[in-house]
Design a protein around this ligand. Sequence first.
Ligand code: ADP
Ligand code: MG
Length: 565
Amino acid sequence: MQTFEETGINPQIIKAVSELGFEKPTPIQELTIPYLLEKKKDLVALAQTGTGKTAAFGLPILNQIDLNSKTTQALILSPTRELCIQISNDIKSYSKYLNNIRIGTVYGGASADKQIAELNKGCQIVVGTPGRVLDLKKRKKLKVNNIRYMVLDEADEMLDMGFKDDLDAILETTPEDKQTLLFSATMPPEISKIAKKYMHDADEISAGEKNVGAENVNHHYYLTKAKDRFKALKRILDSHPNIYSIVFCRTRRDTKEVADKLIENGYNAEALHGDLSQAQRDYVMNRFRVKHLQILVATDVAARGLDVNDLTHVINYNIPEEPKIYIHRSGRTGRAGKTGISVSLIHSRELFRLRDIEKKLGKKITRKSIPSGKEICERQLFNLIDKVEKIEIDNAQIEPFTDVIYKKLSWLSREELINHFVSIEFNRFLSYYKDAPDLNIDENASERNESKRSNKRRDKGDFSRFFINLGSKKKVSPAKLIGLINDQTQMRDINIGRIDILDSFSFFEVESKYEEEILNAFSDCKYKGINVSVELSKEKKSSQNGGTRKRNYSKRKPDKRKRKR
Ligand code: ADP
Ligand code: MG
């Protein structure tokens, strides 16, 4: 399927989406649209943020709504008020040329009266947050007993936000034979649980394992001491004078603190977090949307409803604990064919998280050096000069003043004049960055410290390195090795770290707490006719590595291994 026309969707709907600039279906749309037009089965659809999931369910549902009836036929649940409004606006714009369609939007934090008045007119599609939907259902203002479609959008977020009980109560009175559609960017175990609980024999569709938008995202990290985090943030902001970015923090307190400090330091920044009133949040979000605000400091929850997708950078002031959150965040940049950068500020003890994220992301996160004061000054200077060159000049308006200006500045030479102008903006950077220290830390040094620490602290982040007498000569790849480890241990939840495949042997890392399991599992194992030998390696390569290792392999195969490493 190459075009929307080929899907058989109502030409009036196609006309509206073409006007929105949709030329052809995105991969998830290509999969779900024909599916939903033909089948009546429940469906789990997975695709990363920004891949067009709203239209993926919105278009086929719109196409199948009975416009002659006023009963509610589709209920779309979404975790936040902002997302509800966004989905509702999107569906309204797709149905611009349909007659007699009415879409109701119901969410908390706003008066129910208007929403009820809307519902009373008869809405075939209702988009709502679980809390308000349940409330209106209980008050008999919203009837869900005739719905044919039930969409759980961003279901993982809904669970995170504790809507499970509401969901249960809403679903109670919906028809058995409705089609339940679950859309999510990730498939954490909880989603499989909802799928099992609320859906019957659901099919699963997933478009692109990797974040489609993320193809255009470069991932960088900067290693610095925890106490220098804010200074490092400033340097990154300063070295990108035209940055348009969300800075993600873990807590409301951090968010507030970072935003306050940025504002104090003269940046065009604001905070967005749960402590703000709805009006304050709307105000901040709007300013950011129209780019009056350059930097938004936010928590994940607060930023969730913000439909801004042309960020130049996503900055992780704190690296999230869960890879899926990182993937979510970084999906906010690099959209619509533009490139974006996802930046993480981390200190050495967070390195292991980065590795975890890399694995889930399927991409490398490259280390960048925190720019020095001199580099920043250079960038700022060029940016300023660039602005001077490109500024549009309204000669007619300036004319009346030029005489006075020329006279007043006549004592300055051309060179002096340029220096004066440049210094107006530039002095603040020069003075701030005068004698600025290097904020980078040595990764190796920090890894050494880290392993020292790990010797004492053997927690989840600790990995042990194993030697195995299989290598690429036996056609062993990382995937095969992982398969072998899973098969031998019969455990699928062991975290596997770095894998190094060499010609006739390899190394792999596994969470240290599974050391025994691994050694036992391979105590009697054959692979392609040879006896497999797995032993703990003394080598420490990654930051996760810790613990004292008793054996040293260099005794067993001295020459070869020395040469290889
Ligand atoms: P998701 O729910 O997957 O995060 P959205 O449905 O919010 O993504 O869509 C992200 C953006 O992509 C929106 O701005 C939307 O208008 C746009 N979009 C959706 N489908 C298409 C398409 N087929 N062609 C071009 N743009 C699209
Ligand atoms: Mg969405």
